[in-house]
Each structure stands twice: as C-alpha cells, then as structure tokens.
Design a protein around this ligand. Structure first.
Ligand code: FHN
Length: 593
C-alpha cells in the first residue's frame, strides 16, 4: 500500500511538474525584514494592473487544433511543444492592434495606480528588444518593434508606476533555464550559467532602458541558494535603487509580499503586500475563457484587500493582436467610475479597525472609518459594534448626505436611507470620530437584518488537532485558487468554536459549508449551542484535489431560537475519535422569518 501511495505521489508530481514544496517556494510570500523606504507609493496605490502578454496570447489556448483549458501562458508546457516548434509561433506574431496609449488609458480609467507587464514569461520569449537573445519581439517577429518602450512612456505620462514581470528561473526556451524537461535533460542544466548569460543581463536591460521602474515582479524562484539570491538582488539594486522587488524573488528578499495566485489573506497583514487575481480564469489570453469577474466582484476584492491593509493587482490578458478583451475594458471602466467617487476610501487608506461585519468591511484614515456596505441590511440598520469613540459626523461618501446615528453603549447604530440612496456597486459611509479606538471585537455578529450571515471558518477558535489551512486548488489546471478551511478536527476533543453575538432575538437555520471526501463521509458530528447538542452526519461532497475545483456543500444541521440578545458560544466537534470530520469553510446563519 505504501509503495502504491509513493508511486501515486510521484505520478502526481510528474503530472503537475510542480511539487507541493516547490509550490510554496513559487509563491514565496515572505518579505525582507528591513522595510524598503521606497515602498510608500506601493502601499498607497492599492490597485494595480497586471498584464500577461506573450506568444501564448496568439495561441489563445489552442495548439494543433486542440483546445487547452489550462492557464493560457502554460500552453507550451501543457502541450509539451518542442522549442523548435514553438519558435515558429514568433514568425506570425504581429500585434498590429497594440496601442500603448490605449492600454495606459484603460489602466488610468480603471483607477489603477501601477502596471506590471510580462517582459518574459516562462515560455522564454522576450517581449522587449534584447541583445542577449534573438528570441525576442524585435528580432523574431514581423512586428519588429519594442512595445515596452512606448508602453513605459504612456504609463509614466499618466503618473502610473510601471513595472516588469520577469520569470527569472523558469525559461522553457533555454537549455539551462528552469523546468523544460521535454527538450532538455534536467541533469545537464546549469542554472548559474542561465542566470549569468540571460536573466541578469536582461534584467539590467529592463532596468536601464525603460525609464524609472516602480517594481520588478519576479515569479517562481529556483536554482539559487539564499546567498546567491542575495547576490542576485544586490547586483540588480544598483541599476535602480528605488525599484521594488516582489517577494517571489525568493528567500524572503523581496520588498513586499505576494500571496498565492487568487489568494486574499483572511486577516489584516502588516507591512506592504498584494493580492493577485486574474480577471477571468487564465492569466494569458484564452479564446474560450469568458468567466470574467463583474465590476461588483472586483470592487469586493479591492475593498477586502484594502480593509486588510493590502493591494489588489488584477490581471488582464490581451490577445495576440494586442487588444484587451472587451469585457475587461468595459468592467474595468465601471470599477474606475466607482473609484472616481469613492476612491478616497481606498487610495492611501490603511487596514480597517472594525474587522469583517455582516454588512461588509472598513478602511481607515486618521479620524475616519470608511464603511464599505457590500451587503445591504434589510431595514437599513448598520451596527458598528464596540466602537467606543466620539462620533463627529456620519455621511455617505457619494453626495455627502449626513446620516442619523445613535450610540447604544459601546455600539453605534446607523440608519441607511435605503429608499433615497442611489444603487451603487458598494456604498461607502464615512464615520468621522475623535478619540482612541480601544476594544477590538472578538465575536461575530448575527442579526436578522441580513437574509444570511456567513461566518468564515477562519474566525473560529480551534482546539486540539483542528487547525486553519489555506487549501490550494484549481479551477482549470494552472489557475490556482485558495480557500481557508478548518481541517483535521478528528477526535471528540478537537473543537472548532465560534463566539457569536446575537443582536436581536430570533430564529435561525444553521448551515455548515464544508468539503468532505469518502474517508470522512458519514461520520457523526455535534454542534453545541445554548446547551443543546445538535447531532448531524457528514455528507460526501467529493475529494479535495489540488487539480480540480473544491467541492463544497451547504448542509443545514439545526434550527434554533435565541430568546435573548447577547454573547453565545457555538462548538463543533466529531462525536467519536477517528478521522477528520470535514474541511469546514464557513458557518452560515439564515434568518427564519
Ligand atoms: O506560473 C505562473 C503563472 O503562469 C502566472 O504567471 C502566475 C501569476 O501570479 N504566476 C505563476 C504561478 O504562480
């Protein structure tokens, strides 16, 4: 059995080409202990544009008449296209519709304050003019121009910080570059030679020929020790001392943290950081990938990132001719329109002081909390719990209309004039106050002002083996998603508990959202609330698998009435010792009216 499992694990790694540990290294999110004094622009920027553009954009997810559903920029790897074949793609790469002014204008209209574009992705093709290879857009294509020159200028003109993505280790075109194992033998690779002859000289070109850069966005580190990475970083710093490096330079030597792809950390994170998402499901353009995030979804991500103290860099994938997908243009402009009115609540803000509430999240500026109402309360009543300060003024950011408020103990209650309020993608209320904010809320609010309240499992307190884990999985292979779940509660002494504050008496249905594979299915668990045990048996959802979407179920396990408002504890545990109960994503209260 052990042998069988080892073979399975090896096949899994082979299939994916990337092991779990390598994945962690790819997504190295540690940053330098020493703060970079030039990082303030990045912290204030909050919203950036990521662009994946290369030969893969022309292939658009198809090779030799076959469609590939992975992330578009991985097609060379997925289809194991030999270098000699892939080179031919360059011969017809002619992005005649590329217009640097248009790209920069879309970023400006979207309210984005920085742009990072792929100078060279893993395919090894340089989208700029390089003396160190002929496999670049000027030498190898009929286009013969360097689009990065005009793009750098158009972006700088608009006071948007410009940066390059550079795949410093993976280079599937080069015999000594990382990870092309279908053309080249791993054992014969000399990574040092690759760094010396291609990566470092090209990075020098990028850092000297394109004006002032805000950042170099390294990705998927490899092949260097910590000391070598330090030498690599130091050798580059001299070209542009103010330019920031992303954490994926590796070994904790970057200036800001990047989490995994499509990963938003669940709590406030100190220090500069960024969440990266792509507009649809692939990073590079794919013809058949039409799952675009709506303006509301983008604003939700942006508000949540800002509320936890970080940035959102959203990727778009232009096609092989140089055009942005029409949906990206339209949706980004809508986000920009929202930011024109509400940008004050995002740009240069810091993490909110209120934590996640049923109505949404908050961002801060001195003496101000911006409440992002992502979920309108049914009767307009917004509770700001334990915010024991002197309120000076409360108003809607859009239009400035002052709102009534009332102080009840340490809480503040606001009333949103729902009837008169313009529908917006996210209504922002400004709370101006004086005084120090003391108490930090330790419970989750449950109120029947919302049809449903979802409390993420990352707010649970855990005991015993139970622990919080960010599960990595994919929608289509290569587009890595993350969901935080409480896992490993396997004995009756392992507890997942939630502190809740019920603000009004009422009846609620309680649902658990979880993943549960064959091993865990049909086990009994106990939810304890109000001195009552509610027994349930887990339902099988399908396995958690890194290469597939995460299957989840919402399972109603109890209906209960709270006669009094107040604080309650809700515990969940397996009834007997044995196997993991489930991977719990959230606890949901549905108001029964
Ligand atoms: O492998 C790449 C992937 O193609 C894409 O560029 C993403 C963006 O963050 N980075 C790597 C995987 O994390």
């Amino acid at each position: 059995m052990k042998k069988f499992l080892t073979i399975c694990a090896a096949l899994f790694v082979l299939y994916n080409n990337v092991s779990g540990q390598e994945m962690d290294e790819m997504w190295d999110n540690r940053s330098n202990n020493k703060a970079n004094k030039n990082v303030q622009w990045f912290k204030d920027a909050k919203f950036g544009m990521f662009i994946h553009w290369g030969l893969y954009s022309k292939l658009a997810g198809e090779w030799n008449g076959k469609r590939y559903y992975g992330s578009g920029e991985w097609i060379m790897n997925q289809a194991k296209i030999p270098v000699a074949e892939y080179e031919k793609v360059a011969k017809s790469f002619n992005p005649i519709k590329f217009d640097a002014e248009e790209w920069a204008q879309i970023a400006e209209d979207a309210g984005m304050k920085y742009m990072v574009v792929t100078a060279k992705h893993h395919e090894g093709f340089s989208m700029f003019d390089s003396k160190y290879t002929n496999f670049d857009i000027v030498d190898a294509t009929p286009y013969k121009k360097d689009p990065m020159k005009s793009l750098a200028k158009s972006v700088a003109k608009r006071n948007i910080h410009f940066g390059f993505y550079y795949s410093q280790f993976q280079d599937w075109y080069e015999p000594n570059g990382g990870r092309n194992t279908w053309d080249f033998k791993e054992a014969e690779k000399d990574y040092q030679k690759y760094y010396k002859e291609k990566a470092i000289p090209q990075l020098k070109e990028l850092m000297t020929n394109y004006g002032k850069l805000g950042t170099i966005w390294f990705d998927t580190p490899g092949g260097l020790t910590k000391q070598e990475t330090e030498d690599f970083v130091n050798s580059l710093r001299k070209y542009q001392p103010e330019c920031l490096f992303s954490s994926r330079v590796g070994h904790g030597l970057g200036d800001y943290r990047d989490f995994g792809d499509s990963e938003l950390p669940p709590f406030t994170i100190n220090g500069p950081w960024e969440s990266i998402y792509t507009h649809n499901d692939s990073w590079g353009y794919i013809k058949h990938d039409l799952n675009f995030k709506t303006p509301k979804e983008i604003i939700y991500l942006l508000a949540n990132a800002a509320a936890r103290g970080g940035n959102l860099m959203l990727n778009v994938g232009p096609d092989g001719e140089g055009s942005f997908p029409a949906y990206s243009i339209q949706y980004l402009r809508e986000v920009g329109n929202w930011l024109k009115i509400n940008g004050e609540s995002i740009y240069a803000s810091t993490a909110g002081l209120l934590g996640q509430q049923p109505w949404g999240v908050s961002t801060s500026k001195p003496g101000k909390q911006y409440l992002h109402i992502l979920n309108r309360p049914v009767d307009g009543e917004v509770l700001i719990p334990d915010f024991d300060v002197t309120i000076k003024k409360v108003y809607l950011l859009d239009g400035g209309k002052e709102l009534d408020f009332e102080k009840r103990g340490k809480d503040i209650i606001l009333n949103l004039p729902l009837g008169e309020m313009k529908k917006s993608l996210n209504e922002v209320v400004v709370l101006e106050y004086s005084g120090q904010v003391k108490a930090s809320q330790t419970y989750n609010v449950v109120s029947d002002n919302f049809q449903e309240i979802e409390i993420p499992a990352y707010f649970a307190k855990v005991k015993g083996n139970a622990n919080l884990k960010s599960l990595t999985y994919s929608h289509y292979y290569g587009d890595w998603k993350h969901t935080n779940c409480v896992v490993d509660a396997k004995n009756s002494g392992d507890e997942i508990s939630f502190d809740i504050r019920v603000t009004k008496p009422g009846t609620y249905k309680i649902k658990l959202e979880y993943n549960c594979g064959t091993e865990s299915a049909l086990q009994e668990g106990v939810l304890t609330l109000n001195n009552t045990d509610f027994l349930f048996r887990t339902l099988k959802t399908g396995e958690f698998d890194r290469r597939a979407p995460l299957p989840l179920i919402q399972h109603s396990v109890a209906t209960t009435t709270f006669d009094k408002e107040g604080l309650y504890k809700l515990n969940i545990r397996p009834l007997k010792d044995g196997k993991e109960l489930f991977k719990l994503k959230s606890l949901i209260f549905e108001a029964v009216r």
